[in-house]
Write a new protein. Structure first.
Length: 452
């Protein structure tokens, strides 16, 4: 006999199928759904919740993919043995910027299954290719145009993720001893690339609108850089978004001093947060001094190593040669999977809703703690009170199984931390983490006052 179980889906965020999966996870954690118990038949549960049977089917399938339940042919769906670890025993990664795991597994499975049924296409993808397939370039070209990012297929160069794109651009245009300007607090990977190439990297101070333009121009006049690396849409780690006046001034300076701006637009934004990239403004103003980098890692998943570069026409040959020297070619199989995801319209699926809800919970926590904070996309940048030190909080939370990022990792030593929203497997685990972070900060503040 199946369990008489009718969850309240209003307690969870996201699309209905995801809410039902979260309810199953919570039911297991709270021992409402016990090991070996049978879930309600799909039609019966759909009627009870006022949702479609297709929604229940999708939720049960996702729960099975995560290992929480087992579907037995002709017999129903049963809770697995210890399918969800106790919250206290889980290491929750809020240090890595990544999308919440929702339907990526089932979506990817569908893409691979569809591809497996097309041996002609597979044979086309498995060979060596000096240049990408035309149909792949066309899919990305159309997708980017739909997003308001104008380019030609010829300007599009595929890479294995954004990191390779950065290294390719630096290796294509800089030599040992050259100077790369970047934001003072910045993605560590760009400094690693510069060090590997023997390039001197210099940080430019930031304001709430972007780089300090006066200091930036002074450094340009001193060092005469060929390249400047910036994250304008969602600055990593500060979550600043560059103002319109900043963008126009940067293009004017690029034209005046003849440097190129590497615009790294990898970091995800919610639709209402997103801003048209500098690449597009450069096209409108006819100042072709921007190299645009992005990828699908922060939109779908980190394991999908599909990046790309948009390059002004005079630079295309040099960037292609840099990619060719590193990996000969970018995998057509990987690009095909990315193209299928784009054509299905499932790059971000319904995860925006989950990210939006988690942002609200984090912002509310920061307000209760009276912290200076900025949130955008998957990340939050929070300054801790003077009473506690960032490294103490990082250590205390790690002991409790929650990983967060110290501002020191980004060359910022002003007592900041960065929180990323995607690591939690479900709403219950995320809520627990927020409560744990808040309680730990309170505890550290109280302990600071007890020191004599």
């Amino acid at each position: 006999m199946s369990t008489i179980w009718t969850p309240d889906l209003t307690a969870f965020s996201g699309p209905k199928y995801q809410r039902l999966v979260s309810a199953i996870e919570q039911g297991i954690l709270q021992k409402v759904l016990t090991q070996g118990s049978k879930l309600p038949p799909q039609r019966r549960l759909a009627d009870a919740l006022g949702i479609t049977i297709g929604t229940v089917t999708r939720a049960y399938a996702l729960a099975e993919q995560r290992g929480y339940v087992e579907a037995r042919v002709g017999d129903g769906t049963y809770v697995n043995a210890s399918p969800v670890p106790e919250i206290g025993n889980v290491q929750l990664n809020m240090a890595t910027c990544q999308q919440p795991l929702t339907d990526q597994i089932s979506t990817l499975s569908d893409c691979l299954s569809q591809l497996a049924k097309d041996p002609t296409k597979l044979s086309q993808l498995l060979g060596y290719r000096a240049s990408p397939l035309d149909q792949h370039q066309q899919v990305f070209n159309q997708w980017l145009n739909q997003r308001g990012i104008q380019q030609t297929p010829e300007q599009l160069i595929f890479t294995h993720g954004g990191q390779q794109a950065i290294f390719a651009c630096l290796s294509a245009f800089l030599s040992t001893g050259d100077v790369l300007l970047h934001e003072q607090y910045s993605y560590p990977g760009v400094r690693i690339c510069a060090k590997q190439l023997g390039v001197t990297s210099i940080g430019v101070p930031l304001t709430h609108e972007g780089v300090d333009l006066a200091r930036f121009e002074a450094l340009v006049q001193i060092h005469h850089p060929k390249l400047v690396y910036l994250t304008l849409n969602n600055q990593n780690p500060t979550c600043i978004q560059y103002s319109e006046s900043q963008r126009q001034k940067l293009l004017e300076l690029a034209e005046q001093y003849q440097f190129y701006i590497i615009e790294d637009d990898v970091n995800y934004c919610l639709p209402e947060e997103w801003h048209s990239p500098l690449w597009q403004l450069a096209k409108q103003l006819a100042i072709p001094r921007v190299i645009y980098i992005s990828s699908l890692s922060k939109l779908f998943s980190g394991g999908l190593r599909q990046g790309f570069i948009l390059v002004p026409e005079p630079l295309i040959a040099q960037v292609r040669l840099a990619i060719h020297s590193q990996c000969w070619m970018v995998s057509p199989l990987n690009i095909e999977i990315a193209c299928q995801l784009i054509k299905k319209g499932q790059i971000t699926a319904d995860r925006d809703t989950i990210v939006r809800q988690r942002q609200r919970l984090c912002i509310a926590m920061g307000e209760r703690l009276k912290l200076t904070q900025t949130w955008r996309g998957l990340n939050g940048w929070l300054q801790l009170p003077e009473d506690i030190k960032a490294h103490h909080l990082v250590t205390a939370l790690a002991a409790k199984g929650i990983l967060i990022r110290n501002g020191d990792d980004f060359n910022c030593h002003d007592n900041f931390i960065r929180l990323s929203l995607g690591g939690a497997e479900n709403d219950t685990q995320f809520q627990h983490a927020i409560e744990c972070i808040e309680a730990t900060i309170h505890s550290l503040v109280q302990n600071a006052y007890s020191v004599v």
